[in-house]
Structure formats: structure tokens, C-alpha cells
Design a protein around this ligand. Structure first.
Ligand code: ZN
Length: 203
């Protein structure tokens, strides 16, 4: 399986990082070796002094597809989840400055936390799902899929022009504003519509 991530999909997050609003979705990939195994902590890697959490809604692909039209995209997923795209921000900024690929800062071992998935039928609309992240009991990020610059079905159309989507692939749909640094012993908990979907310790 592969993980396809979307960058710069919420206006407020683009503003907080002083990034440019893209004309097209920004995409990057994480390998399956990035996934944190169940119940394991997130371990801060030695190559970064500035690891950020980015809470994101996830979409799990249930059918193989390429060149999927937006109006059929809903047939390619049944479940929505929540996760964290851990980012070595210091390294990412260096790579960005040099115009180099982001993988070392975004796709390293442990950079993908994948929480529970919920059937999409639990939601009135996948384009109005609220989610949040708590760090040590304090809400640090709050988002709603209605604020995505590219909604889930539009992302699937765009992504599948470049990458064949396969069963089990997971899309990280971008983070809302409020990203910040993690510290040893932090506890991070993610919520969809107020219900806990993951809990992870930082080491
Ligand atoms: Zn992200």
C-alpha cells in the first residue's frame, strides 16, 4: 500500500507557514515503512530539533482506479479516519529553500500515525466532518472538511491522474492551522466529531 499526502489544503494553514496558495493540490508520498505500528509511541528522530504534528482526515481506498472522475470518486472509499503527518519542519524548510524533494522530512520511519476508521455512512456529508487534536489535554488544532481547498472527491480525481489508487491506499487530506512542535512525553489525542480516534505518546 502507499500513502498519498496533500499539502496546503487549508487556507489558514497556508497562511501560518507563509506558504503560497497553490494552483493545484500539492502531493507527496510516504512509504509503508512510515507507519507507526499499533500502540507504539512516536519516537523523535535524532536528525530533527523541530518535529511538528499535523492532524489530518484520512480516506481509505477500497477499489483500484485510475483517472477517476470526481462524480464517481465516492465509489472508491467507504471509510474516513484520522491521523498525524509528523513533519521534521527544520529539515523541510532547508529542503524547500534548496528546491529539493521533501521525503526525508515527511516520509521518515514513524512519520505516519494512522488512527481508527469510521464508515462514511456515519456522516451526513464527508464535506462537513469536524476533527481536532489535543496535546496534553489542550486543543491545539481544529478543522472541518468543509474548509478544504480541494474536497475529498476532487482530490481523488486529481491524485488518480498521476497515481493508480489501489485497495488499502490511504490519502492524508491536509492539515488545518495550529501545527506545532512535539516534545518528549507529550500525549497526542485525535478526535472526529468529538470521539477519540487515536492516542499516541511521544518519546
Ligand atoms: Zn500534512
Amino acid at each position: 500500500m502507499k500513502i498519498i499526502c496533500v499539502g496546503r489544503n487549508y487556507a489558514a494553514h497556508i497562511a501560518e507557514l507563509d506558504s503560497e496558495r497553490p494552483k493545484d493540490p500539492v502531493l507527496f508520498l510516504k512509504p509503508d515503512s512510515a507507519i507507526i505500528l499499533k500502540n507504539n509511541p512516536f519516537v523523535i528522530p535524532e536528525f530533527s530539533q523541530d518535529i511538528h504534528y499535523e492532524v489530518e482526515l484520512l480516506v481509505k481506498i477500497n477499489k483500484i482506479g485510475k483517472h477517476i472522475d470526481q462524480k464517481f470518486a465516492h465509489k472508491y472509499y467507504d471509510e474516513i479516519g484520522l491521523g498525524i503527518d509528523f513533519t521534521a519542519r527544520d529539515l523541510q524548510n532547508k529542503l524547500k529553500d534548496k528546491g529539493l524533494p521533501w521525503e526525508k522530512s515527511k516520509a521518515f520511519d514513524g512519520s505516519a500515525l494512522i488512527g481508527n476508521f469510521l464508515p462514511k455512512t456515519e456522516f451526513l456529508s464527508v464535506d462537513a466532518i469536524s476533527f481536532s487534536l489535543e496535546r496534553n489535554g489542550e486543543v491545539v488544532q481544529q478543522g472541518n472538511s468543509s474548509l478544504m481547498l480541494w474536497k475529498i472527491d476532487a482530490l481523488i480525481e486529481y491524485i488518480s491522474k498521476y497515481f493508480t489508487l489501489k485497495i488499502g491506499d490511504i490519502i492524508f487530506t491536509g492539515t488545518p492551522s495550529g501545527v506545532g512542535k512535539v516534545f518528549p512525553n507529550d500525549s497526542l489525542k485525535g478526535f472526529i466529531e468529538g470521539k477519540e480516534q487515536f492516542s499516541v505518546k511521544v518519546k
